[in-house]
Design a protein around this ligand. Sequence first.
Ligand code: NGF
Length: 290
Amino acid sequence: MMKGLYSALLVPFDKEGNILESGLRQIVRQNIDVQGIDGLYINGSSGENFLINTEQKKRVFEIVKDEAGDEIKLIAQVGALDLNESIELGKFATSLGYDALSAVTPFYYPFSFEEIKYYYNAIIEATGNDMIIYSIPALTGVNLSIQQFEELFENEKVIGIKYTAADFFLLERIRKAFPDKLILSGFDEMLIQAAISGVDGAIGSTYNINGQRARKIFELAKQGNIQEAYDIQHETNDIIEQVLALGIYPTLKAVLSAKGIEAGEVKRPLAPLDNEGLEKVKSLVSKYNL
Ligand code: NGF
């Protein structure tokens, strides 16, 4: 039911760090109408979630639900170091009708597994909503083992994982052990490998601008048309390589802006692109027909 391709939604800001509400609506529409995605992952890394305050997070949840309605699936990322905030956001998103919650593993302090488990169970108990664990070891330093995933899955409300890692051995082990759990992969540049590994879908930042290619990669790989899928993954990775070299979030926003969308700025201290970067974005847009 929650399978499919999700854009990790970008959030546009003005120079003072205020949300550009009409721009946010335009990005939602771009994802639904042009990129053809199945759902949105809201207030994740790509939404610059860890740079904004609680009221701004709530406003993003509100605007997105208002714009998207029931057209697509909506996953609310509510993870925070302040568990009270996670619960408040989880209740808020649930009351708006979000299909599921997700929470990044708590980071910065070296939390024990018991503490991590407490965090997920507390959010679930307070909200009653389904939970997708957001595992991104490269940014959090938290590497959950298969036994630890199993323990988290003992709570039936933990319906799956957003798996942002390049460990395909662990992914294979999880897929085999938990065929009924939802696995959504997080690295856009490894979508083909994830699809072959049996994931149910993917969540990615670049799908905001390149969702149509992602769809083809995913479907071709699932059908076993590996060479055709690879041809598109190669082209996609030519794009992603340049996006990463320029800086992911300002570049994705600059691509949207070049298409006439009010995609705004990144939130400081993230830095905007300089003029040279903006020129490179223009050629990227025309070369790859973004
Ligand atoms: O931006 C990151 C950080 N990862 C995203 C995605 O896994 C998570 C990924 O799409 C995300 O966007 C979110 O939580 O909002 C990458 O940007 C992409 O594969 C390029 O490396 O790692």
